[in-house]
Ligand binder design. Structure first.
Ligand code: ZN
Length: 346
C-alpha cells in the first residue's frame, strides 16, 4: 500500500457528481492488470479534493474491481491488504489471519455475553442486575465454585439465583421468581434442569423479618476466617473508618467510627435449608443487625435496596479482612485504641 503515492492519487480523475474519486493504478510487475481503486475523500472547501495521505488512509476503500471478479489476490489487493481492515458494523467478527474479517463467525463468548443482558428488561431490572452483580462477586471470590447466591425484590416479586450454577455465567432467564408469600411465579425452562438456591428459604425468612429489598449470600474467604476469629457467637470490631458504611437496621442511621460493630455468628448446618431456625434466633437477638455470619460457611447481608446490600457487603468484607490481619499482627480489632498512635499491646 505504501507504493501508492500521492502522485498516483493526484492522477485520479475527480468525479464532480460523486463523493469519491476513481483512480487508475498501473501494475508495474508481471500481471499488467489495471485495477480501479475507489477512494473516498472529503471534499475540499473549494470543491477540490484534499490529497492528504492521512485523510486518504481513513477514507480508502479496500475493495478493487479484481476483488469482485477473481478470488485469487491480485498484486493490487495484496498492496491493499496492508491497510488496516475496515471494521464491519454490527456484531463482532473473527479476524482472519490476512487481516480481513470473517463474515459469518460469531464467537461463543459473544453469544453468552449478549444473553447475559436481556433487552426486554431495564438494565437495573433484577433479571439483568443479578447476573451482572454475580459476575462481579465471582471475581471478588465471593461466589466461586457455584457457591453463594443472591436475591432482589422488585415490584412484589422476589428474584432468586439457581443452585449449582457457575455464577459468572448466570443468564437473566436462569432466575426464579417468587411472590412475597413464596409462591413460584416464574422459573427457567425445564431443559436446563435448574433448581432454586438452597438459600431461598433463608432469604424468605429474612424478607419476612426485615423490610429488605435485596440479600447477598457470600462465601467470601474473609467472612469464613472472621467467623473463626472468636469462639463465641459475635464478631466484634471498632474504631475503623469503614464501620461508617454499615447501617443500623433498615433505617438510614449508620454506625459511627468509634462504635462497636457486632455481627452475630451462627453455627453451620449440613444443609443450608436448615439454617432458618438459627438465622431467626440471631435476627431476634440482634434487631439492628443487617448481617449474620455462618461459621465455616460465609455471610448473609441485606439492605433496603440492592445498592445498600452491596455496599454493606463490601464494607463488611473489608472489615473482616482487617480483623483477620490485625489478629495476625497480634492486635485486637475490638479493643479501644490507646497509647501512642492509638496502638496498644494486646
Ligand atoms: Zn452458602
Amino acid at each position: 500500500m505504501d507504493s501508492l503515492s500521492c502522485g498516483a492519487l493526484a492522477a485520479s480523475q475527480f468525479n464532480q457528481n460523486e463523493e469519491f474519486y476513481e483512480s487508475s493504478l498501473n501494475e508495474d510487475d508481471d500481471s499488467n492488470q489495471r485495477s480501479k481503486l475507489r477512494i473516498r475523500l472529503p471534499r475540499h472547501p473549494k470543491g477540490k479534493p484534499d490529497f492528504s495521505w492521512d485523510i486518504a488512509r481513513n477514507f480508502f476503500k479496500t475493495e478493487t474491481e479484481d476483488d469482485f471478479s477473481n478470488d485469487s489476490p491480485s498484486p493490487a489487493s495484496s498492496r491493499l491488504s496492508a491497510m488496516p481492515p475496515k471494521r464491519p458494523r454490527g456484531r463482532p467478527r473473527k479476524l482472519n489471519p490476512d487481516g480481513s474479517f470473517a463474515t459469518n463467525h460469531i464467537p461463543l463468548s459473544y453469544n453468552i455475553k449478549t444473553q447475559q443482558y436481556n433487552r426486554r428488561y431495564a438494565t437495573e431490572h433484577p433479571r439483568n442486575l443479578i447476573p451482572e452483580l454475580c459476575r462481579q462477586m465471582y471475581k471478588q471470590g465471593w461466589m466461586s465454585g457455584t457457591g453463594g447466591s443472591m436475591t432482589i425484590k422488585h415490584e412484589k416479586q422476589i428474584f432468586i439465583t439457581p443452585s449449582s450454577v457457575s455464577k459468572e455465567r448466570l443468564l437473566p432467564q436462569d432466575l426464579f421468581a417468587l411472590d412475597e408469600h413464596g409462591n413460584l411465579l416464574d422459573c427457567p425452562v425445564q431443559e436446563k434442569k435448574l433448581t432454586m438456591s438452597d438459600s431461598a428459604i433463608v432469604f424468605l425468612t429474612i424478607y419476612t423479618m426485615r423490610d429488605a429489598g435485596a440479600i447477598i449470600h457470600s462465601h467470601s474467604p474473609n467472612s469464613v476466617l472472621a467467623s473463626l476469629l472468636e469462639k463465641g457467637q459475635e464478631f466484634r470490631i471498632s474504631h475503623q473508618e469503614t464501620i461508617k458504611g454499615i447501617r443500623k437496621g433498615m433505617g438510614g442511621e449508620r454506625y459511627s467510627y468509634d462504635e462497636m460493630l457486632v455481627v452475630p455468628i451462627i453455627e453451620n448446618m449440613p444443609s443450608e435449608k436448615d439454617l432458618t431456625g438459627r438465622m431467626t434466633k440471631a435476627m431476634n437477638e440482634y434487631p439492628l443487625t443487617n448481617a449474620v455470619l455462618v461459621r465455616r460457611h460465609g455471610l448473609y447481608v441485606w439492605g433496603k435496596t440492592w445498592q445498600s446490600a452491596k455496599a454493606q457487603a463490601e464494607c463488611l468484607d473489608y472489615l473482616f479482612n482487617i480483623a483477620v490481619e490485625m489478629r495476625r499482627l497480634g492486635l485486637d480489632p475490638a479493643q479501644e485504641p490507646s497509647g501512642e498512635h492509638g496502638i496498644t499491646d494486646c
